[in-house]
Design a protein around this ligand. Structure first.
Ligand code: FE2
Length: 416
């Protein structure tokens, strides 16, 4: 496959790219003597970039909002309660139908890599097993990582630890945790040490729902980061949400950032979810409840955005469009400067790939898999400003999604 007239990120010249045997064989500035006989794909000056990465979503819970009842308070904790009512109704066919529908929605919006959480607070582990099976079945078409996520606690839920080990033995890629939901601070801290021990024992990645609460005293992040540092695991460890950091005082945060930077751990923020679930116990002023994305980014700490939910007990909107998540995130985190706009796509592409530890086979580089998306825009800024659609998604040289841009005609109602 040869792609002509492609615009690459942060480069003004148009480029020609060749994909051979599923890999990028060459990437060169536009050559006027193009071989018109070859099989060419004309990018038409649009932005060609690495595929979107969804680093944090709960596919097992997707498309269940309102079943059997709605989350009326809008809190994280009522979400967990409502999900607890839905859980007994889970079976493989139900999960499979919803997961495939949601994955297709993500693919239609340019996603080629997904990290999904699977609730293992369920003795049958049906969600975890179904997600691992679907991951294996779809591996030629999309890359999925499955996190064994102890929704009701790793150490507080009966047999939580045994279920985690069963999930890892079944093939979960990532060890999860939820320290702020354990019964006590001691159990929360112990769970962070246990998560790191399990990652070492089973040679897996780590992604913890960490301090997803407005409580400024929820400080499990420092335990996770310290354990990651001392065990030399930093880049393989991710702290998701860390919304309590929004409420930490600045003096503590200043001290904390030294550890975070030294540890090399990754961060995922889910802006639409957190702005919705956090601040629910405030009157006014109401906290935004997002982690300090702008400050983490400026400190050189890896941070990215995810959706978290699509129509589930925690969040009843969501449409698979990471550009929408990015738009929300930049607004809420006040990352609205020109420089931030011009690098905005990092937050849903390169940074997310680093979080998933897939950077060795991700990106627009010769020798890497010939996978990319084509966006309706010329650069990060214009794609963001116009919410440019994903026009094309190519995986290892094969087109997996193609979209015809909408044509809109306006009657000539203004004299120009
Ligand atoms: Fe989550």
């Amino acid at each position: 496959m040869q792609i002509i007239n492609a615009r690459l990120r942060h480069q003004s010249a148009l480029h020609t790219l060749e994909i051979s045997n599923g890999l990028f064989a060459s990437i060169t500035e536009q050559n006027m003597e193009l071989d018109a006989q070859g099989k060419q794909l004309d990018a038409g000056g649009k932005l060609l970039c690495a595929p979107f990465v969804e680093p944090h979503i709960h596919l097992d819970a997707a498309l269940t909002a309102g079943e059997p009842s709605w989350n009326r308070s809008g809190t994280l904790f009522e979400g967990i309660e409502r999900w607890g009512e839905r859980k007994p109704l889970l079976n493989e066919a139900d999960i499979r139908r919803r997961v495939l529908q949601t994955v297709e929605l993500l693919v239609q919006n340019g996603v080629q890599h997904i990290r999904t959480h699977a609730d293992i607070s369920d003795p049958s582990l049906v969600g975890l097993k179904t997600l691992c099976d679907i991951r294996d079945e779809l591996k030629e078409r999309i890359e999925i990582q499955v996190v064994a996520f102890p929704q009701d606690g790793l150490l507080s839920f009966p047999n939580g630890l045994a279920l985690m080990e069963q999930a890892l033995e079944y093939g979960a890629d990532v060890v999860g945790g939820i320290p702020h939901f354990e019964y006590t601070r001691e159990l929360g801290e112990k769970s962070m040490k246990t998560v790191i021990e399990l990652a070492l024992k089973y040679d897996r990645l780590v992604d913890v729902h960490c301090d997803e609460i407005d409580d400024p005293n929820s400080r499990f992040l420092e335990v996770l980061a310290c354990e990651a540092l001392f065990n030399d695991l930093g880049p393989r460890v991710t702290a998701s949400h860390t919304t309590a950091m929004h409420s930490y005082d600045n003096a503590y945060c200043s001290k904390l950032f030294r550890l975070l930077k030294n540890s090399g751990i990754n961060f995922i923020s889910c802006p639409t979810e957190s702005i919705h679930l956090q601040g629910r116990f405030d009157s006014y002023p109401k906290r935004r409840g997002l982690t300090r994305v702008k400050e983490l980014n400026e400190a050189g700490i890896n941070v990215c955005f995810g959706e978290d939910s699509i129509f589930d007990p925690w969040y009843s909107l969501g449409n698979g469009k990471l550009l929408r998540t990015l738009d929300f995130g930049l607004h809420i985190c006040q990352m609205m400067g020109y420089q931030e706009f011009s690098q905005a796509l990092d937050l849903i592409t390169d940074n997310s790939a680093r979080t998933l530890n897939i950077q060795h086979h991700y990106g627009i580089e010769v020798g890497k898999p010939g996978s990319f998306i084509l966006l309706d825009g010329e650069d990060d800024y214009s794609v963001l400003r116009n919410q440019g659609e994903v026009l094309l998604s190519v995986r290892r040289g094969e087109v997996i999604m193609h979209r015809e841009p909408a044509r809109v005609t306006t009657a000539n109602w203004i004299d120009r």
